[in-house]
Design a protein around this ligand. Sequence first.
Ligand code: BG6
Length: 482
Amino acid sequence: MTHNAFPKEFLWGASTSAYQVEGAAYEDGKKASQQDIINKDSYNKFGFATADIASDEYHHYKEDVALMKDMGFKAYRFSIAWSRIFPDGVGEVNPKGVEYYHNLIDELKVNNIEPIVTLYHYDCPWALVEKYGGWLNRQIVADFAYYAEYVINEFKDDIKYWTTINEQSIIVQYWTQKCYIPEELQDGKHDQMRYQLNHYMNLAHAIACNLVHRIVPNGQVGAALGYAPVYPLTSKPEDVIAAQNAQALRNDYYTDIYFKGIYNTAAMKYLEEHGLAPVIEEGDMELIASGESDFLALNYYASECAKWCNDDGIKKMCYSGVNRSGKKGDISGFETHPGFYEMCKNPLLDTTDWDWAIDPIGMEVMLRDLYNRYNKPLMITENGLGAYDILTEDQQVHDHYRIDYLSKHIAAIKRAINRGVEVIAYCPWSAVDLLSTSNGVKKRYGFIYVDRTDDDPKECKRFRKDSFYWYQNVIRTNGEKL
Ligand code: BG6
């Protein structure tokens, strides 16, 4: 298609999250978040880098913003580390932490880059985990509200776009990576807690939406959801129903909350039948319904595939597996709900080395479907290819595979826009290389190479990859030259 669909004010940029990029985990008053603890454990178990230094953006932010400016960014999506603002989760604010984000935001504004802030990206203050279990306890909702109100007030003059909680759907699937879950709760008998903590997040999300609307003049707010459209493995009607069930439990269960203020019926009935449904207190659904979203931010990497699974007593319920090795095919399993659906590999799609299906058309499917159903503006706040990159002796990175991946996904967005979908931003993952949530720093996503390994942080020097120059041209031509 030759028609250029991207509106003039389209927000081209990229994303990161605090614990994956900042480092300075214990500097200037910051205390641990649960990710500092989880990643220390991953270092011991798998040799993946800790979050202590990550990409050291805390000390490199000026250089990083200059590189973003050079690429032509119109936006930068990043998250605020709760434990940098409130080292103990609540109580005393940490002025140095607040100053850091003011500096970063000022630097962005001076360079005409629109900051898009995420309030929560997996990094609950460790103090709250020690105090009462973090997201496992309803007290977190009040403490999140305290943190969110402070931050929204503090930055209200500079931030128009707010995203609330990153990827509730992924937190439910991979709860031990994204939350600190004590070992005794990981036995499969406590899976109701996945949906319970998600319910607390729904309350927190609604509170944050209301706060933005109350405090920020012209503020816009929405969740950032990890989203993968689900295809049936075959056109067998049983597989089609399985895909519908998976779509309900993995996707609609979240989007119906954000836009209709209700739990999706098919998903909820399944959860109730299996003792997995969240306990909902009086007034909760009214609060949820009051938190209006202005847009939905979407993190799209892959589509998923589902097939029918009989409830024959042989197959057991389980959640998504993970590939820790980075060798294709090493995935530890697929989510299974006997009598409802079983996830599986899509035989028609190639994958990354970590078994994520590569499916640009899935982006179009997702955008078309969500816009049809909810009619709200959509932002892409993540999309990208995790890959092993090589820094050559003359300090180049020839990441043509990433260019190929991203260009096809942008073309898919363009097609969706040409079909009438309102997309307002494209912020792929990630601006700079960073610490992956599941695979250390050797799995890279950035336009900017950060010279470090899992074992050795070196100086975290920055180098422009080939994709840097390619993206610069994409932005310069407003998506015309892919
Ligand atoms: C998204 C998260 O799920 O995917 C990011 O919001 C994450 O935090 C990204 O880094 C890629 O996943 P991973 O596991 O490869 O880092």
